[in-house]
Design a protein around this ligand. Structure first.
Ligand code: ZN
Ligand code: ZN
Ligand code: FE
Length: 790
C-alpha cells in the first residue's frame, strides 16, 4: 500500500457559485479521501489526505470532471504531514484581508431545473425562480464577497425546511446554491396594471385583481405608491400578463439584470405601438423564442449560432432571416438579420411556453440610458411605454443588458458584452503591472480595472452623456473595486477633454498617476492585448470618431502600432464635418461635404439634394466654406454615412450608424465590380476617396441601384486596405494586421478584407471576447498603461 500523504490545495479561477464545493466533496468521498474544503476570498482551499495514488486521481479529476461552469486558472499545491482526518467536510467560508476571487456571471436555466419546472409532480412545478448550483442569477444579485447568501439580494428570503435541507446536503444539486428558493419561501411574481389599461384591454379574468396591498407587501416589493393600479399575484399574475400579450399589449418584465419590454413579435400593430411609445422609429428589436426549434421557423442558424444560443450565457445572436413575413415587419426593418435569443430564466420559459409566440424582448430604458432595475423605478420611467408591469420581490443589485454576438466567417464577434459575460476577466498580459483603472471612452462605455493577470472589463454601460448613465458608471466602478479588492494606482483616460470618463479620471485620480491615451491607439492595443501580443502590427482603426493627437476628429486611421506606441502611417483624406457631432444624426451633411470636396460649388444633381431643404443646403455649404462649426475629420464611419446617403439609402439616422447599417444590408453579393481609392504618398499617407465618389456619382446619375453601389464601395475599402498593408509590409516588413473600431461591426467589410488579407498571407488579429466598437477601449487603455508600468 502506498504512503499516506496530505496536501493543501488552493484553487483559483471561477470556482464559487458554480457547484464546486459539492463536486469536491463528492469526489473526495467517492475516493474515500479525508479532509475538508472551504471557500475563501482567495479561492477554494482543500486539504486532502490519503494514499499517494488516490490523491493523484483526485487532483486529475478535479480538472477533468469539474462542474460545467467552473474555470480553473491555477492550483497551488503544498505537501503537509498527515494528521489523520476522520472524514471529509465542508467548512465555513472565510474571508482574508485583500484577497479576491472570481465569481461566475449569471447562468441560463439548466436542463435539470427546466424539467422540474414543467414536471407537475415536482414541488417547484411552475416556480418562476427555480435555480440550482448550475444555473440562476449570480452577479446581478451580489452585493459583496465571498459569494454567500447574506451578501446577496436573496438575504431577505428565509429558506423553508425543505429548501434548507437541500442547501445543507452536499450530495444535493442545490447544496449551497445561494439563490435557492421555492413556492413556499422564495421570490414571487406580481402583475401591476394601471386601472386604465385594465379597462382598455378588457381582460376577461375569472379572478379578481386586488386593489389595495398591505404596507408589508408594498415594502417587500419596494413600491412607494399605487394610485389607480390593480394587482395580481403569483400564477394569476403570469396568466394575466400572458393574456395581455396575446391581445397585443406591451409589458415590462423584470428579468435578471433589469427590465425588458415585451410584446408579441408577430403582431405588427403591437410592435408599431411599441416603436411609437419608446420613440425608437427603426432600431432593431431583439426577439425571444421558447426554444431552438421555434427560432428555426424564423431564422437560419449555423451550428456556431445554435451553440451560442443554447450556451449557459444565452446571448442575443444575430441570425439571418428566413420567411421574413412571419414576424412583424417593423421588428428589424430593412435588415437581413434578426437579433434572436432563447428563454434564459424560468420566468421566460413559463411565459414563452404558455403563449408559444415569439416575443420582442428589448431593454427597459429610453435609448442609451441605463436599463431600469427597480420596481418603483420601472413605474416612474416606463409607464408611458407599457400597459402593465410583471415584477417580483427579488432585488437586482447590478444592471446588466443582454449581450449581443454574431458570427462573421469563422470569427465570433461580440457587439455588446454584458449579461453572463462581464465581469468574467479578460487575460491581462502584464502580471507585474500596478493596479489600473482605465476609464474608457464616451459612447458604448465600459471601464476596466486590472489586478495581477486579470482585466475586469465592466459590462456595457451605454453612452456616457447624461447624469443617469454617469451615476451608474461611477457606482459600478465602486462595486468592482469592492468586489475585486482593487485600489488603482494609475488612472487612464482618453485625450478628449470633454468626455465624462475623462472628467471622472481627473476628479478621482488625486495624487495617483494619470495617463492619457489616444482613442485609435487604444483600439489596436486592445486587440493586441487579447492575443497576448505586443506588436508591431499594421492596425486598421476604423470608426466614427476619436480625438486625434492634433485635435482633429480621427476615424479612418492606419497605425503602425505596438502596445506602447504608434505611428499614424496613413489616414483618410480629411474633410470638414458640418455641424460637428450633430452630423452623425444627419448623414446628408457629410455627403454634401464629400460632394463639395469633389465638385466645388457645382454639386452634381443627384436625387439626394432634392430631399434637403434649399435653405439648409445653403447653410451647410456656407459652414463648409467658412469652416464655422465644421471640424476636420478623417472618419471612416462618416465616409460610410456619406456613401449611404449619396447612394439613396436615406438621409437621416434615428439610431447610431443607421444609414451605414442599412447600406451594408442592401449590398448585393453578385456585384463583382469595385470603386478605387488612390494613395497620396505623403507622410502620413492620405487615402484619397475622391475617385471613389466620382465613380459613385456617375453610377447614381446612371440610375444604378444602391445595392450594387454599396457592394462596390465595400470592395473598394477592402482593396485599399490590402494595398496599404502590402505597402507597409514592403517598406518595414510587418505582416500582422490588427483590426478594430466600430466600422468593423460591418460583416461584409470584415469578410471581404479578411479574405483578401489572408489570401495574401497576412496574419490577422481580430478581437476575441471584446467588441470592435468602443466597448473595447477601456481594455486597450489598460494594455497601453500595463506596457508602460510593468
Ligand atoms: Zn439548475
Ligand atoms: Zn423553500
Ligand atoms: Fe472607436
Amino acid at each position: 500500500m502506498s504512503k499516506v500523504k496530505r496536501y493543501h490545495l488552493l484553487i483559483k479561477g471561477i470556482v464559487q457559485g458554480v457547484g464546486f464545493r459539492p463536486f469536491v466533496y463528492n469526489l473526495a468521498r467517492s475516493l474515500n479521501l479525508k479532509g475538508w474544503v472551504l471557500n475563501s476570498s482567495e479561492g477554494v482551499h482543500i486539504e486532502i489526505e490519503g494514499s499517494d495514488s488516490l490523491l493523484e486521481i483526485f487532483i486529475s479529476k478535479l480538472v477533468s470532471e469539474k462542474p460545467p461552469r467552473a474555470e480553473i486558472d491555477s492550483i497551488e499545491k503544498e505537501m503537509l504531514p498527515p494528521v489523520n482526518f476522520s472524514g471529509f467536510t465542508i467548512r465555513e467560508s472565510e474571508q482574508k484581508e485583500g484577497a479576491f476571487i472570481l465569481i461566475s456571471p449569471d447562468i441560463a436555466t439548466c436542463e435539470d431545473c427546466r424539467s422540474e419546472l414543467f414536471n407537475s409532480e415536482d414541488r417547484r412545478h411552475r416556480y418562476p425562480f427555480i435555480n440550482c448550483t448550475n444555473c440562476g442569477p449570480r452577479f446581478t444579485i451580489i452585493e459583496d464577497i465571498p459569494y454567500d447568501r447574506p451578501k446577496t439580494t436573496m438575504k431577505k428570503f428565509q429558506m423553508c425546511p425543505l429548501c434548507l435541507q437541500e442547501y445543507d446536503d452536499p450530495g444535493n444539486r442545490r447544496f449551497h446554491a445561494q439563490p435557492n428558493a421555492c413556492h413556499t419561501c422564495g421570490p414571487q411574481l406580481m402583475l401591476v396594471i394601471p386601472n386604465s389599461a385594465l379597462e382598455l384591454w378588457k381582460l376577461d379574468f375569472n379572478f379578481k385583481p386586488i386593489n389595495n396591498l398591505s404596507p408589508e407587501i408594498l415594502s417587500d416589493y419596494r413600491i412607494e405608491s399605487t394610485p389607480h393600479k390593480s394587482f395580481l399575484l403569483k400564477e394569476e399574475a403570469l396568466k394575466a400578463a400572458e393574456a395581455l400579450i396575446r391581445k397585443g399589449g406591451i409589458i415590462a418584465i423584470k428579468g435578471l439584470g433589469g427590465f425588458h419590454i415585451a410584446c408579441d413579435a408577430s403582431n405588427e400593430e403591437a410592435v408599431k405601438t411599441l416603436r411609437q411609445r419608446k420613440r425608437r422609429p427603426s432600431k432593431p428589436f431583439a426577439v425571444m423564442f421558447k426554444n431552438l426549434e421555434h427560432a428555426r421557423e424564423y431564422v437560419f442558424l449555423t451550428n456556431f449560432e445554435k451553440d451560442l444560443l443554447e450556451s449557459p450565457s444565452a446571448p442575443i445572436v444575430l441570425a439571418k432571416k428566413i420567411f421574413p413575413d412571419r414576424l412583424a415587419e417593423s421588428v428589424s426593418p430593412k435588415l437581413r438579420e434578426h437579433g434572436v435569443m432563447l428563454s434564459s430564466t424560468p420566468l421566460h420559459h413559463l411565459l414563452l411556453n404558455d403563449i408559444s409566440l415569439p416575443l420582442i424582448m428589448t431593454s427597459g430604458n429610453l435609448s442609451e440610458e441605463p436599463i431600469v432595475k427597480d420596481n418603483q423605478e420601472a413605474f416612474e420611467r416606463l409607464s408611458d411605454i407599457v400597459d402593465a408591469f410583471l415584477i417580483h420581490n427579488r432585488d437586482i443589485y447590478s444592471r446588466y443588458d443582454d449581450s449581443v454576438i454574431k458570427q462573421v466567417n469563422i470569427y465570433r464577434m461580440t457587439l455588446r458584452r454584458a449579461r453572463s459575460y462581464a465581469p468574467y476577466p479578460i487575460r491581462f498580459p502584464f502580471g507585474s503591472s500596478p493596479q489600473l483603472l482605465a476609464c474608457g471612452p464616451e459612447l458604448k462605455c465600459t471601464f476596466c480595472l486590472t489586478r495581477e493577470q486579470y482585466a475586469f472589463v465592466s459590462q456595457h454601460l451605454g453612452d456616457l452623456e447624461d447624469e443617469l448613465t454617469y451615476r451608474n458608471y461611477s457606482e459600478t466602478i465602486e462595486l468592482y473595486k469592492k468586489l475585486f479588492k482593487i485600489d488603482p494606482e494609475v488612472y487612464i483616460c482618453d485625450l478628449h477633454p470633454d468626455y465624462l470618463s475623462t472628467h471622472y479620471a481627473f476628479e478621482n485620480h488625486r495624487e495617483k498617476e494619470l495617463l492619457r491615451v489616444q482613442h485609435h491607439h487604444a483600439h489596436i492595443a486592445s486587440v493586441l492585448g487579447e492575443h497576448g501580443e505586443k506588436g508591431p502590427v499594421i492596425g486598421f482603426s476604423f470608426d466614427g470618431t476619436g480625438y486625434g493627437t492634433d485635435g482633429t476628429v480621427w476615424g479612418g486611421e492606419v497605425l503602425i502600432s505596438t502596445t506602447s506606441d504608434f505611428e499614424r502611417y496613413a489616414h483618410l483624406l480629411q474633410v470638414p464635418l458640418p455641424g460637428g457631432e450633430s452630423a452623425i444624426k444627419k448623414p446628408y451633411r457629410m455627403a454634401i461635404s464629400v460632394l463639395k470636396t469633389i465638385a466645388g460649388n457645382n454639386l452634381p444633381q443627384i436625387p439626394l439634394l432634392d430631399r434637403i431643404p434649399l435653405n439648409e443646403l445653403e447653410i451647410i455649404k456656407r459652414m463648409i466654406e467658412t469652416g464655422s462649426n465644421s471640424p476636420l475629420t478623417s472618419s471612416m464611419g462618416r465616409l460610410f454615412d456619406a456613401a449611404a446617403a449619396i447612394s439613396g439609402i436615406g438621409e437621416e439616422a434615428t439610431y447610431e450608424a443607421e444609414l451605414a447599417i442599412e447600406f451594408e444590408a442592401a449590398a448585393d453579393d453578385n456585384e463583382k465590380d469595385s470603386y478605387h481609392f488612390e494613395l497620396i504618398d505623403e507622410s502620413p499617407v492620405k487615402i484619397d476617396f475622391r475617385p471613389v465618389f466620382s465613380e459613385m456619382i456617375k453610377d447614381v446619375l446612371d440610375g444604378k441601384r444602391a445595392s450594387s453601389i454599396s457592394m462596390k464601395f465595400h470592395r473598394a475599402i477592402s482593396e485599399v486596405i490590402l494595398q496599404i498593408a502590402q505597402k507597409i509590409r514592403k517598406e518595414v516588413g510587418i505582416d500582422t494586421v490588427a483590426i478594430s473600431g466600430g466600422v468593423w461591426q460591418n460583416s461584409i467589410l470584415t469578410r471581404l478584407a479578411c479574405d483578401l488579407l489572408e489570401k495574401n498571407e497576412f496574419k490577422l488579429l481580430l478581437h476575441k471576447e471584446l467588441p470592435p466598437n468602443d466597448g473595447c477601449i477601456s481594455y486597450g487603455q489598460a494594455v497601453i498603461a500595463g506596457t508602460k508600468f510593468s
